[in-house]
Design a protein around this ligand. Structure first.
Ligand code: GLN
Ligand code: ZN
Length: 770
């Protein structure tokens, strides 16, 4: 029988039990012991679920209270010095408080330490805590979590495979906190801790250990490549009989094939979803001693596996290596998919047909087992039935009218270069828009949302529950919108917004109104710490059956003489923050969304809304991991934005907004989007980020660099903002500048919002007078 191998399992619990326990512990509502108990029960359930599904290699040490990279920092003793000050102030019995202080900061009993930085785990929406390294960094085994969890499972009668992030990947995902050294040079100090870990596990009787080295599937330099062989020689020696598995994922090995295949290990895991072609080249090079773990069941998306397709790959490998040296696995850890499709029962938001095309973590375990049985050949009736059901589901997905709308496909295929280009170049448009709006220099605006107060959220919840009628809800929203328009007039802001009170979330709001979208009830995926997101599911061809935003935007416009800016989410961001189809290229789905947004843009235009913002905060995060693929992505992503914003009048002013940093390497692509105005987040970097717009390449269109940070309730002074605007004026010509906050104001309260905007408008007026 082919061995089944799982790389990692989601750990927040099917109903976010861990989130609730963590937050209760932080609020001091439950004890450390109660939190540990909650965690134990999640682990037990996870292991049992995997065992019951017939998984042979079940991971342990994949559990985490907050983040597995932070766990490793604690394990190897990479604890930044600033936390030592609180060591005697906190409960050290379980080290939980030190751990959470590193994750979230600590502000109690006169101690005030900041949290460690957080960033995205490769191209996922999971955020890890970035390890901090100093020049004289020392490592020391400080926690035995890996051993405790292994023993805990063992005492439940379950043999597990501890999972560790590999030493090279661990260093590479970290950050130097001092100048004049390279963190990868710390490897010789770090490896001994791994040797100690392995020898402890060997002593405990561990048979397999999985070491994750995703960098083997990424762009690395020759020196790093050479390091892999050396490091794994040492680890193999320390492993004393443990079979080492190296896991790669999120990309194909490509130029690292030779390196990865020749490591002195028992098995190598390949992502055959992202790297679906790599088997062809890999199989010819596999040494006789190496086993391959085939990642055929997608760990990053929620679609049912196509058994026939997977079996073809498996057969290819079995023919070359034999059944003993081929394992079946998900492509990556299942951390990135929701728990259990069986908990979905809302047919209105997730129709039965659509549900039949999906598989969450638990279902994916069954798929892995089914594939092992089917590949083996001795098939029981139940598996045979599931194979038939799988074929039927795949067939229905290929042909279902729920998915396939010929007119949408046709329209997307017919997009021309003219559709992706404004009629006139920017200077001409700018003149036409100036004639129309007659805005002052340093025109002021906001990014869209105004405070989503408790009341606003309650109206929405009440409407959902049926506690208030649609009319009552609309009336509340209308009044809140009117108050917000009046306030903006009173503040003397130039381009107003309606406030986005009717929206729950900037993607969900549109998803709910677009055809081709479904929603889950419990499809939570960990984003960071206790934070989870529930991405909507794009299952079919996307189009816009009716107006989505016209009503509230035009209502707001009836209230005022000043221009009200229409507010939309862009195609790339809608794609990026959803589970997307795997039966067509991402670019095709994005173009379909772009056309739906264009329809809305034109409807707004027709309704007299002539300034329209299309938010694209996620453009950068869609960037492929391998450099070689990035240009192609940027080309279609930028083009899709242009499709959504081009077929409009010259005097319609298109804004876009992005709230991330670092534009340097993609500034020409940002410029190619050709929005008339772009607003960006710049205040926290003291306008330094603006330099990207004024380097060798001069950004040609208008720019609104954020003049204050909306993430904090702090009210900035007029003088501060004047200072920032003067800095901006020094790098970007004054005629190109707008004045606005960093991002939307939905997380803020009203008093600080009013005060900050008042100062902002004053700052703009001071600049105008200069
Ligand atoms: N228009 C959105 C808002 O103001 C933009 C949010 C974002 O950039 N993430 O809330
Ligand atoms: Zn933003």
């Amino acid at each position: 029988m082919l061995i089944t191998n799982n790389l990692g399992y989601p750990r927040v619990g099917p109903f976010r039990e861990l989130k609730k326990a963590n937050e209760a512990y932080w609020a001091k509502k439950i004890s450390a012991e109660e939190l540990l108990e909650a965690a134990k029960s999640i682990r037990k359930n996870n292991w049992k679920t995997q065992k019951d599904a017939g998984i042979d290699l079940i991971p342990s040490n994949d559990f985490s209270f907050y983040d597995q990279v932070l766990d490793l920092s604690l394990t190897v003793g990479a604890i930044p010095a600033r936390y030592s000050s609180l060591l005697d102030k906190i409960d050290r019995k379980y080290n939980l408080d030190l751990y959470f202080a590193m994750a979230r900061g600590f502000q109690e009993e006169g101690v005030d330490v900041t949290a460690m930085e957080m960033t995205k785990w490769f191209d996922t929406n999971y955020h890890y805590i970035v390890p901090e390294f100093t020049k004289n960094q020392e490592f020391k085994l400080t926690s035995e979590k890996f051993l405790n969890e292994y023993n805990e499972a063992k005492s439940l009668g379950i043999e597990t495979k501890p999972v560790l992030i590999g030493p090279i990947t661990y260093l590479l995902v970290g950050k130097e906190k001092e100048a004049d050294f390279n963190r990868i040079d710390l490897i010789d100090k770090l490896v001994p801790v791994y040797e100690e870990i392995l020898s402890k596990l060997a002593e405990a009787g561990t048979q397999y250990v999985q070491i994750d080295e995703p960098f083997l599937a990424l762009d690395i330099d020759d020196a790093t490549r050479a390091l892999y062989g050396k490091v794994f020689e040492k680890l193999a020696a320390a492993a004393k009989g443990i079979k080492l598995i190296v896991a790669t994922y999120f990309e194909a090995l490509a130029d690292n094939e030779e390196t990865a295949l020749n490591l002195p290990i028992h098995a190598l895991h390949l992502d055959l979803v992202r790297g679906d072609q790599q088997l062809n080249t890999v199989l010819a090079k596999v040494p006789a001693t190496l086993t391959l773990s085939l990642g055929v069941v997608e760990g990053r998306n929620i679609w049912k596996n196509d058994y026939e397709k997977s079996l073809a790959l498996i057969k290819q490998a079995v023919d070359a290596l034999g059944k003993d040296r081929v394992w079946i696995a998900p492509s990556s850890s299942l951390l990135h998919v929701p728990f259990d499709l069986d908990n979905e029962d809302n047919e209105e938001s997730l129709p039965k047909d659509v549900k039949n095309w999906l598989a969450f973590a638990k279902q994916k375990l069954t798929e892995v087992k089914d594939l092992a049985i089917l590949a083996d050949g001795e098939v029981d009736t139940e598996t045979a039935e599931r194979f038939e059901a799988n074929k039927a589901a795949a067939e229905s997905r290929r042909t279902s009218p729920l998915i396939h709308r010929p007119e949408v496909k046709q329209r997307t295929a017919n997009i021309t270069d003219d559709d992706a280009k404004r009629t006139s170049p920017f200077p001409q448009r700018k003149a036409a828009q100036q004639a129309k709006f007659n805005l002052p220099a340093f025109a002021t605006t906001t990014i869209g949302s105004f405070p989503q107060t408790k009341d606003v959220r309650k109206w929405r919840a009440d409407l959902k529950k049926g506690a208030i009628s649609q009319e009552q809800y609309d009336k509340e929203i209308a009044e809140e919108t009117e108050r917000t328009i009046r306030l903006q007039e009173q503040l003397d802001i130039d381009v107003l917004v309606h406030g986005e009170f009717e929206r729950n979330d900037m993607v969900e709001y549109f998803g709910e109104q677009l055809a081709g979208y479904a929603f889950t009830k419990n499809g939570w995926v960990q984003s960071y710490g206790s934070r989870c997101v529930k991405p909507p599911v794009i299952y079919g061809d996307v189009y816009r059956p009716a107006d989505m935003t016209v009503r509230w935007s035009s209502y707001a416009q009836t209230l005022t003489e000043r221009p009200v800016k229409g507010m939309l989410t862009g195609p790339v961001t809608i794609l990026q923050w959803s589970f997307v189809r795997n039966d067509q290229p991402r670019s095709t789905t994005t173009y379909q969304i772009a056309l739906a947004i264009l329809d809305e843009v034109q409807a707004l235009e027709k309704a007299g809304i002539k300034i329209i913002q299309i938010d694209e905060p996620a453009i950068r995060e869609g960037l492929p991991l391998r450099k070689a693929d990035q240009k192609d992505y940027l080309n279609w992503a930028v083009r899709a934005f242009r499709v959504s914003s081009s077929n409009v009048d010259d005097d319609t002013q298109i804004h876009t907004h992005m709230c991330y940093s670092e534009f340097n390497d993609i500034i020409e692509d940002i410029a190619a989007m050709d929005a008339d105005v772009i607003t960006i987040e710049t205040s926290r970097s003291q306008m330094e980020l603006l330099d990207a717009f004024a380097a060798d390449f001069k950004y040609p269109n208008d720019i609104g660099p954020g003049v204050y940070d909306i993430h904090s309730p702090r009210v900035p002074s007029t003088a501060e903002m004047v200072e920032l605007l003067r800095k901006a004026k020094a790098v970007v010509p004054a005629e190109q500048l707008w004045v606005n906050p960093d991002c939307g104001l939905k997380t803020r309260a009203w008093p600080e919002t009013k005060a900050a905007l008042e100062s902002m408008v004053e700052a703009a007026k001071i600049l105008r007078a200069e």
